[in-house]
Each structure stands twice: as structure tokens, then as C-alpha cells.
Design a binder for this molecule. Sequence first.
Ligand code: UDP
Length: 370
Amino acid sequence: MTQEKKYDFLIVGAGLFGSVFAREVTDAGYSCLVIDKRNHIAGNCYTREEEGIQVHQYGAHIFHTNDEKVWTYVNRFTKFNKYRHMVEVNFRGKLLSFPINLKTLQQLYGVNNETNAVKHLESVREEITGKDFESWAKQQVGAELYEIFIKGYTEKQWGRPASELPSAIIKRIPIRTTANDDYFDDTYQGIPIGGYTSLVENMLSGIDVQLGVNYLDNKKEYDNMANSIVFTGPIDAYYGYQFGALAYRGLKFKQQTLETDSFQNTAVVNYTEAEIPFTRIIEHKKFDYQKSNKTIVTKEYPTEWCKGEEPFYPINDAANKTLYEKYRLLSNSEPNVIFGGRLAEYKYYDMHQVIASALTKSASTINFLK
Ligand code: UDP
């Protein structure tokens, strides 16, 4: 006779995927335990208060989506402010409007209306073939704009020549000929008032959570506690890197408190020159209109990820896609383990996409169990 297990689900990772999944199965009447190796919930969108300011500990997180279902869902757990993301680029000390739009073309070339902006981009576009990141970007904006805004930033962010990266990365960012300088096009945008941690805390309300525990080091013991496992960590680590390690980019953050009310115009300023080792400076108070006579800024330094460090960005080039596919096929043979989220699916997901994926996967799991 098999021994009855304590929980229906063990959820490994208290980030957005794990927390949404936990909420959904709990509300459907199943029991679950959420564990995380960090000593806090909310994964990489974790925020904490310092000097009256919500600090985005793992880099800027701006919620944006066109998916009404996801927007309604997150609004169940917290109120969002009306923040719309604006970014400036600092190139050789000059501040430029970004994403590339009419204002940018005006600053650089004196282009003064939409018709001329369209003409300008048409005249600089490169007639080259190629589907890689660099070719695609040059096909859209030509060599000079590519050098100013994209090449330096991208190559330090990803640690590889842009010609070896997939164009999907740069397609995330709009190119406009109007004066609209919003970073995102999405209808719904904002930051949770009081930070992301309280959003996730509310999602996990009434659910058992254990922090600072390592699942993979104690796998057998944890597996014995539940009928099904939801794993949101790196899929290659789950399988002991048996086919080799997937590549990730890591990040290092240098945070400073400054005795000044305001440091920069926008919450994020990108430093696009290759010679500057960081990619951007975040001024946290600007996400939430927080009043404090101090300000907290963080410089973000991309790094090549090594085993044991926090992985941030999956590198979806051809070699890594092939390697991931091997792990994915292997995971199909384990019906009691659900893999989800940025690391387990090896996808460059935004927060709204993680939530949509967790809602879909939890709904099909609940359906299957009925
Ligand atoms: N990017 C760029 N210049 C910039 C900002 C972004 O070339 O000033 C490129 C870069 O390759 C980056 C990608 O666009 O990795 C996506 O940028 P996004 O801001 O969406 O990145 P995330 O916030 O996810 O790091």
C-alpha cells in the first residue's frame, strides 16, 4: 500500500509561476507547500523597502500586458499605480529619447515631423540579408542608429556578438516614427503600490511556505511529501546537467543611497556605450512616485553566468535551444513533474507571460485531476 502523501503539490520556487500555480490549485481545493532556496518570496521581482523607497532588488520590474485576463488577475491581489515606463539613453554623455522615435531623430538629425521620420529611416535602412539580431536591427534603423543605441548595449548585455543572437531579443523594443516615447505599447501598465513582494504575499495567503531550503539537495525527502511537483528552477540543474549546462547571463548590482532628491530624469537610463561596463542605472523611487529626500540608485552589470550563481537571462541561440529541447523531451517522461517559468522553460518571459503560462498550466492540471 502506498503511503498517503502530506500535500497534493510541492511547488519549488516562490516566484510568479510558483505563486500563481499555488493560488490556483489551493482555490481548486488541493493542498500545497511552496518552497524556495532564497530567504524571501517573489523571485526576481522581489522588492523591499529602504529609506521609504521600494527597491527592486533584482533589477527593474515593470508590469505591462495587453492580456486583460492577466491584468484582472494581478489586480485581485494588489493595487497598481499608473506608472508608464520611460527610458532615456546616455550615449557619450548625451541624453537621448528611447526607444528610437521622432524625438530621437529630432535630437540627432533635426527631423521635425512624422513624414520626415519615415523618410529618414527609409534612407538609412540597410538593404542586407540575414535574420540574426544585427542584420535585423540594421535593416530597420541603419548602421549609425544601431551603433548608438543597440550594438554596445546588446553586446555587453549578452556577452556575445549581436550577429550571433536571435532577432527576437531586439523585436521586444518598438521603433517609432511618432513622438510616442513610451517604452512599452501595452494597454495595461503599472507597478504594484507597496511593491511586488506584497503582491506575491497576498497571492500566497493561507498557503504553507518554507524559505531558505534547497530542493535539489534534498530531493527524495521533498518528493515524498507530495503527489506532484511543480519545478520552476533551471531545468538543466534539475537533471544534474546531464546533457551539459544551458547558458545564461547573470547580473551584478551595485546599489547606492544618495543624499539628493533626484538623480536622473527617468526611472531607468541606459548606457549604450560598449566601454561603460554597466548597462543601466535604475532610480527606484521613480517607479512609485515615492517622496523621500534621499534616492537609491542601482547600476546593473551583466556577467557571464557560472554554475552556482543566479541565472537571469536564458540565451536562446541555436545551440542552447537544441540543448534545451533535449531536457524538455526528458521532462515529458515525468508526468508528475510540471516545469514552468523563465528558468524551467528556458524562455525570455516577461512577468505577464509567466502568469499567463501558470494560469494555463494550473487550469489544465486541475482539469486533468477532476
Ligand atoms: N536594447 C538595446 N539598447 C537599449 C535597450 C535595449 O540594444 O538601450 C536591446 C538589448 O539587446 C536588450 C534588448 O534590447 O537585451 C531587450 O531590452 P529590454 O529592455 O526589453 O531588456 P530587459 O529589461 O528584459 O533586460
